[in-house]
Design a protein around this ligand. Structure first.
Ligand SMILES: Nc1ncnc2c1ncn2[C@@H]1O[C@H](COP(=O)(O)OP(=O)(O)OP(=O)(O)O)[C@@H](O)[C@H]1O
Ligand SMILES: [Mg+2]
Length: 484
């Protein structure tokens, strides 16, 4: 096939791109060019996402991926979106897409509008001193985080592709020179809290209202036509963010950089930089080495999400009545509490129980996990792999033979926990008891990408250019997802 044929028939380039953001007007973005890279090696293609785009893996070659998402052929305009944000508590008006752009917007077969956004695609007017690039390790980590979180049913963006781009980058936090890549992230929207903060900073309530109308029409369409749609929007956003915070916490995920420019207006999780999955239940676990005060530590995440919603009130005050937003944010508290308990009880194999009993079990579980050096994910995975209906007969049977019971079985906290757990199991009917095993296995993946797991995958890449462990890991995550 000659060059013209390949590009003309590239299924990605032939997708129908909608112009929702572009049509909003030039005040929201800058038209930019993509960098030209010395090399283009496709390292990851997310075939799981293709059906949503109406494509099959057979229709799309690696070359199609590279030409569309590494060389950015035949796609214009590329839009660097403008935004500001509160970073570690300080307002920063110097932000914006500094190493990415909105490549395009495509409606999925599910009728949702998806954004394809780049990361590592070159300099823009918002790059400041930066090189506009993404390190290969950064790309590998972002791909893995999104797939793992998706497997754990967290509402997350995903990576559609990762192309290695052959540049040598210098970074303070990676042995340098280090390799480079560009990723395409498929998300619900890249409109951030910070997008609105910028408009408020510029005192452009007309632009705020226009953007809000677009957000509601596109991502909260059931509110269209409501007289109080702005008020309802804020209340629902608060609820969605509450749910997301609960999902992170139950997944044992520490995002690490919860600045308002990393908070999506749809309530979706994205931007996986220095994140980590917690090794054990340490409330003060902090993932970013530069987060000196532990501002975004694991246990602070719900509080910070709520605080970010409060900050957003300032940006929306010209359009939404303040008193309505003060009421609306209560949705966050309710949703967080409910969803966190619900998700944690599922991790214990329990669905639909009395809230009070559920809370007692949850608190005793956390007390045990907090006090002893038990792996957070290991504890739940052990429950899932060793569960037996015999646990209902006698609390002594619970986790019998496991390392956890062998080490901590005689401690007061373990005995307390197993007593609560046993009490709940005894109340279950035989059918419900059977369901426990299923719920346990659905909610506790055997593989979780703790830092050493990621580092070992990265070691193979960097030392031997061996990508197999990376693909094997992604394959096992994808198999876990399919089992559910
Ligand atoms: N290497 C770089 N070159 C230019 N700008 C950068 C670079 N790294 C980060 N930035 C910019 O710094 C700001 C904060 O970066 P942050 O890491 O939160 O975002 P990001 O990871 O680049 O993008 P996203 O939030 O879309 O995942 C953003 O404005 C970002 O574009
Ligand atoms: Mg960011």
């Amino acid at each position: 096939m000659n060059l013209a044929d390949t590009t003309t028939h590239n299924p990605f380039i032939s997708l129908i791109y909608e112009t929702a953001i572009e049509s909003l007007g030039h005040e929201y973005y800058d038209v930019v060019n993509a960098a030209e890279f010395p090399q283009h090696i496709l390292r990851w293609r997310n075939d799981d996402l293709l059906p949503t785009l109406g494509l099959t893996p057979q229709q799309v070659t690696n070359e199609h991926f590279v030409r569309a998402f590494g060389k950015f052929e035949q796609r214009q305009p590329l839009l660097a979106l403008r935004y500001h944000g509160y970073q570690f508590g300080e307002y920063n008006p110097m932000l914006g897409d500094g190493r990415g752009f909105l490549y395009g917007q495509v409606r999925g077969l599910d009728n949702k509008l998806y954004d394809f956004g780049t990361k590592g695609s070159g300099k823009t007017p918002y790059s400041r001193g930066g090189d506009g690039m993404l390190t290969l390790k950064g790309g590998v980590r972002e791909v893995l985080a999104a797939e793992m979180l998706n497997c754990m049913r967290v509402n997350t963006s995903r990576c559609l592709s990762m192309v290695e781009t052959g540049m040598s980058l210098w970074r303070g936090d990676e042995p340098s020179p280090t390799r480079s890549c560009v990723i395409i992230r498929m998300s619900q929207s890249h409109i951030r809290f910070g997008t609105f903060e910028r408009l408020n900073y510029l005192k452009r309530s007309d632009l705020t209202r226009r953007l809000l109308d677009h957000v509601i029409a596109t991502y909260y369409s059931h509110l269209q036509g409501e007289e109080d749609k702005y008020t309802f929007f804020y209340a629902e956003l608060s609820k969605r963010v509450g749910k997301l915070a609960a999902q992170w916490m139950a997944a044992g995920f520490c995002h690490a950089v919860l600045n308002t420019d990393n908070m999506s207006i749809t309530g979706e999780s994205f931007d996986y930089g220095p994140y980590a999955f917690i090794p054990n239940y340490d409330p003060h676990f902090t993932a970013a080495y530069f987060d000196y005060n532990g501002r975004y530590c694991y246990i602070n995440q719900p509080r910070i999400c709520r605080f970010n919603l409060e900050l957003l009130q300032k940006a929306l005050k010209d359009v939404i009545p303040q008193t309505d937003m003060e009421k609306g944010i209560k949705n966050f508290d309710q949703e967080y509490k409910l969803e966190y308990q619900n998700l944690m009880l599922k991790k214990l194999g329990i669905e639909r129980i009395n809230t009070f009993k559920g809370e007692e079990l949850l608190q005793s579980t956390l007390s045990f996990l907090k006090y002893y050096p038990v792996s957070y994910h290991g504890f739940f995975a052990d429950l899932a792999s060793t569960f037996s209906s015999k646990w209902q007969n006698n609390e002594e049977n619970i986790l019998k033979g496991s390392e956890i019971k062998n080490c901590f079985g005689t401690t007061e906290l373990f005995i307390n926990w197993s007593r609560y757990y046993h009490q709940i199991l005894t109340d279950l009917s035989p059918n419900q008891l059977e369901n426990v095993a299923k719920v346990l296995s659905e909610n506790n993946p055997r593989t979780v990408i703790l830092r050493p797991v990621i580092e070992s995958v990265w070691k193979s890449i960097i030392e031997e250019d061996n990508w197999q462990p990376f693909y094997d890991l992604l394959h096992s995550i994808s198999e876990l997802t399919a089992e559910k």
